[in-house]
Design a binder for this molecule. Structure first.
Ligand SMILES: Cc1ncc(COP(=O)(O)O)c(C=O)c1O
Length: 400
């Protein structure tokens, strides 16, 4: 494990030798979140469920390859879930051997279909043309390709409409080089804590449960993995657990803020911090940054931090962000610009002091949930932005 950490920290240092900030990823928290969620779901379902770990979106911003390497080494999951071919390709290129399921679909060129078949990547399918192409390629390579049928039970995005699912299965039956390994669906409002949306999720589960029985009658094989539960499904809807769970955001430490998600005490795995560059003392009324949205008080000490929206820090957090510095909450002042933001300095603040943007220090914490709430978005978006920030170095650790 330490070999993996050292290896990827070295790569990160090479990729980003002069970071503006550090995104610390605690693999111990990741391991413990996976174990807690898995044990919880097994207990609820009284089965040994499979665990698909969604690592799409660059591991929700935490770095797909290092975390997948760690999770594979520790044998913590049965599948990695990605959204697109590119991510499955990256995983196999990094020598990840664990089954990979491409949950979404992209426009696949023939060389990509060939790669999927050759490297035993599993693909969720919701249209007949892809099914045909996969079968043709598998036949050419004298192989069987594992697919998962995606059924739209109410998500209204990818997936075959539920009413067409059985005829789709009959279509799959015609293709000799395709094996129906799994059948999946996805929830649209399982994370919303109100009775109207809860009825909708239960309806999705009901449709899927009914189809499950019918599929066993129609399908060629009966060793099919049925799966539906995202984080909210896993935590709040025991009837959604079926044979495999796919919790993403909860595994990264952000369950919804009610119910079982809270009691499991999952830990956020990522922290974002930077260091103060300089402090300036301002005259009364002197404006701070673009748009002149903050005016200083007489003699106010203001610190400048070297990260901005190019580093994944959403501009919407201007004048709202409350980072932690020297064990105290402080306040961002003025607009967050591309490369800097300003914040209120204490009497003793000095250049080099650590500024925690996401993370905890003593009794204070700032979670991706907190930041998301301030700008009317979701923690997913806050975390994913960090995965695209080239000037932020990811640093992996294993801290109990
Ligand atoms: C098909 C599918 N399954 C599972 C997940 C994981 O969802 P969550 O992060 O809400 O647990 C996602 C994420 O969007 C998804 O698209």
């Amino acid at each position: 494990m330490h070999k993996i950490i050292n290896h990827y920290n070295k790569i990160e240092t090479e990729l980003c030798p002069h970071p503006t900030g550090i995104c610390k990823v605690n693999l111990f928290a990741l391991e413990s979140n996976i174990k807690k969620l898995h044990a919880f779901a097994n207990a609820k379902s009284r089965k040994k469920l499979k665990f698909l770990f969604p690592v799409k979106g660059n591991g929700y911003g935490s770095g797909m390859i290092p975390i997948a390497k760690f999770v594979e080494k520790k044998q913590l999951c049965d599948y990695f879930g990605v959204a697109h071919f590119e991510e499955a390709y990256e995983l196999r290129k990094a020598d990840i051997q664990t089954p990979i399921l491409i949950l979404a679909q992209s426009f696949l060129k023939s060389d990509q279909i060939s790669y999927i078949v050759k490297h035993n990547i599993e693909q969720a399918v919701s249209d007949k043309s892809l099914l045909r192409k996969l079968n043709t390629e598998a036949k050419k390579q004298k192989k069987i390709i594992n697919i998962h049928l995606n059924i739209d039970t109410g998500m209204g995005r990818l997936g075959v409409f539920a009413k067409n699912a059985l005829s789709f299965i009959k279509e799959i039956n015609k293709y000799k080089n395709v094996h129906l390994t799994g059948v999946m669906t996805h929830f649209s409002v399982a994370d919303v804590n109100n009775s109207k949306q809860s009825i909708y999720t239960k309806q999705q589960i009901k449709i899927f449960t009914k189809l499950r029985k019918q599929i066993f009658v129609v399908a060629r094989n009966n060793n099919i993995i049925f799966h539906a539960a995202n984080s909210a499904g896993t935590l709040e809807y025991p009837l959604s657990l079926f044979d495999m769970i796919r919790p993403g955001i909860a595994t990264y430490g952000y369950p919804e803020r009610y119910g079982n998600g809270l009691s499991l005490k999952l830990k956020p795995i990522m922290e974002l911090a930077t260091k103060i560059i300089m402090i300036k003392t301002y005259l009364k009324g002197y404006s701070v940054g673009y748009g002149r949205t903050y005016s200083a008080k007489q003699g106010e000490r203001i610190a400048i931090a070297p990260i901005g929206y190019a580093d994944g820090l959403n501009r919407g957090l201007s004048n709202k962000l409350t980072p932690i510095m020297n064990g105290q909450k402080t306040q961002s002042l003025g607009r967050i610009s591309m490369d800097q933001f300003c914040l209120k300095a204490g009497k003793k603040t000095k250049a080099g002091d650590k500024v925690i943007i996401i993370g905890q220090s003593g009794k204070y914490s700032n979670s991706a949930h907190d930041l998301a709430n301030q700008i009317n978005t979701i923690p997913y978006e806050i975390l994913c932005s960090l995965g695209n920030a080239k000037r932020i170095r990811h640093e992996y650790c294993y801290v109990r």
